[in-house]
Design a protein around this ligand. Sequence first.
Ligand SMILES: C[S@@+](CC[C@H](N)C(=O)[O-])C[C@H]1O[C@@H](n2cnc3c(N)ncnc32)[C@H](O)[C@@H]1O
Length: 214
Amino acid sequence: MEVIDRTITIVGCGPGSVDYVTGAAENAVDRAEVLVGAQRLLDLFQNSSAERVVVGGGISEVLEEIENRLSATSVTILVTGDPGLFSLAKLVIERFGRDRCRIIPGISSVQAAFAQIGLDWADAKIVSTHKQDPEPHPSLRSAEKIAILAGRKPSLKWIADHVLADFADDRRIFVMENLTLDDETIREVRHDELSTLNVGPNTVVVIVKRSLIE
Ligand SMILES: C[S@@+](CC[C@H](N)C(=O)[O-])C[C@H]1O[C@@H](n2cnc3c(N)ncnc32)[C@H](O)[C@@H]1O
């Protein structure tokens, strides 16, 4: 049997609280030689003795950093939420190849958001405005449940203009910040308030047809 040498482990770390880090994630980090991730994710693993590489926002620098390290060691990459949902994981897999990557799933911010309102999300439309505003898509207008990764101030105006424009009265809008963290905030807002809000980088907006959660 061919033994695959998976030199990269991508660990989903959940929305931010240590309570939402899985046992599988902890085990993977325990075995890590080099941990690469944002400071807030590295801080979740205080007991790890692995070398720590803090990365900021620049994707190409992160990929370069991983490439440099891989010549000498295996690398464990920490990502927010689940690696399968609008994650750096996709770019790492594209760059280094599926066979080299082992994925540890995590709890997504979208799961945490729907849990807050006690609603299933199997049929939810999930959109990211995290890096930039996406092209508006007609399917958003018919969706009864939408989760939008919205950690940029312009995201809220995009949602107000393109997602809610025609049928806001028939929808409930929840702005959820810092899910699972000590400063978690859940606000239900009106359509006309949305673009006036200031939100931080950890924000999910959930829009639900009113009749589903009345
Ligand atoms: C690059 S995406 C990563 C999504 C991640 N893979 C997931 O499954 O949640 C970053 C976005 O995740 C959302 N996010 C991450 N952590 C969050 C938290 N604790 N509370 C609310 N939103 C969060 C924000 O919408 C942010 O813009």
